[in-house]
Design a binder for this molecule. Structure first.
Ligand SMILES: Cc1ncc(COP(=O)(O)O)c(C=O)c1O
Length: 332
């Protein structure tokens, strides 16, 4: 059965480059060559991995008569910021349900959310965790009373629709890998709500990439992401029953969350600064910095032994650097 993509709206600047990291390879690669898939370059305010998912989600919203997007995340959510700008670009209202008390100073992604004109509702963490599903339902009902139609977009845009973004990205990457002479590879990504990993895992199978996909979790644990990737894939199969049947074997590398979600240790800040100077590549302390640190530690341990090439998917997150500027004080 041929793979038929649903409609998407072109929002991301793709294809993003696949770049060889020459100095990082010398410094940390050992037997491996290190590559980076520059999905931090999918755009400016629409940068990072979320845009790829939102291309399909926004098309679905418009094709089904929705005029409003409601989504959720942390105060510094990259997904919420990207959704806010997708809405602004397409003339859709956006309402963000954010986890945490509103800070005195708007910065990073939260500042951009405001600039994009998103409506913002902040909820204390305990309430957010307990009531999130209800909050979506209540706000959808609220918009309905006003004669509007609001689509509930899940955390990170990660579901059976959003995964198309990284199914498409896998196809793009597969072509770039063969052009670069990569015969087999490990593909490594940060995983936070699971959709990028699920899309890459499905995409690698659908497009027969000679690659193993790994998610390095930045919150929760291995079991959570095994289940989440499986359930996103299941949702995808359910929504798109005519798509080819492929087996999904999620692979999660746990152990690099550190003290908790969005809390990075000094070595992560040091690594971010080192890579910025070495390769001109900016990681963030919430997602890509931890995942890159985890990838380097796993290279040391020999997890990827026997396969020459490792492709790190840079999923963006640059605006997350600014609210954590103090973390770089000790780096100099
Ligand atoms: C910069 C960045 N990288 C990686 C991720 C993880 O992607 P996903 O939510 O699809 O697991 C996210 C969002 O959670 C992100 O904002």
């Amino acid at each position: 059965m041929a793979l038929v993509y649903p409609r998407k709206i072109d929002l991301a600047l793709t294809p993003t480059p696949l770049q060889f990291l020459e100095r990082a390879t010398r410094r940390w690669g050992g037997e491996h060559r290190l590559w980076v898939k520059r999905d931090d370059l999918t755009g400016c305010t629409l940068s990072g991995n979320k845009v790829r998912k939102l291309e399909f989600i926004a098309a679905h919203a418009i094709d089904n008569g929705y005029d409003t997007l409601i989504t959720c995340g942390g105060l510094q959510s990259n997904h919420c910021r990207a959704t806010a700008f997708v809405g602004a670009q397409l003339g859709l209202q956006v309402h963000l349900l954010l986890r945490g008390d509103p800070p005195n100073v708007r910065e990073g992604n939260l500042l951009l959310d405001h600039l994009a004109g998103a409506r913002i509702s902040c909820y204390p963490k305990a309430q957010y965790v307990k009531e999130l599903a209800d909050l979506f339902t209540r706000w959808q009902a609220h918009y309905q009373e006003q004669g509007l139609r609001a689509l509930a977009v899940p955390t990170g845009g990660s579901d059976g629709l959003g995964v198309w973004g990284y199914i498409a990205a896998s196809q793009e990457l597969g072509g770039q890998m063969s052009a670069a002479g990569i015969a087999s590879a490990h593909i490594v990504t940060a995983t936070g709500s699971g959709g990028t990993q699920a899309g890459l895992t499905l995409g690698a199978a659908l497009h027969q990439l000679p690659a193993t996909v790994w998610g390095i979790n930045v919150c929760d644990d291995e079991q959570y992401f095994m289940d989440k990737v499986a359930s996103d894939a299941q949702d995808w199969r359910h929504r798109f029953p005519d798509a080819p049947k492929v087996a999904v074997n999620p692979r999660v590398i746990d152990g690099y969350v550190g003290k908790g979600y969005a809390v990075a240790d000094a070595p992560v800040f040091t690594l971010i600064a080192e890579l910025a100077r070495m390769e001109g590549l900016v990681l963030d302390p919430v997602y890509t910095g931890k995942a890159f640190a985890g990838m380097l530690a796993e290279i040391e341990k020999g997890r990827f032994a026997g396969v020459r090439d490792i492709v790190f998917v840079h999923t963006g997150g640059i605006f997350g650097v600014f609210p954590q500027a103090a973390g770089f004080d000790a780096v100099g």
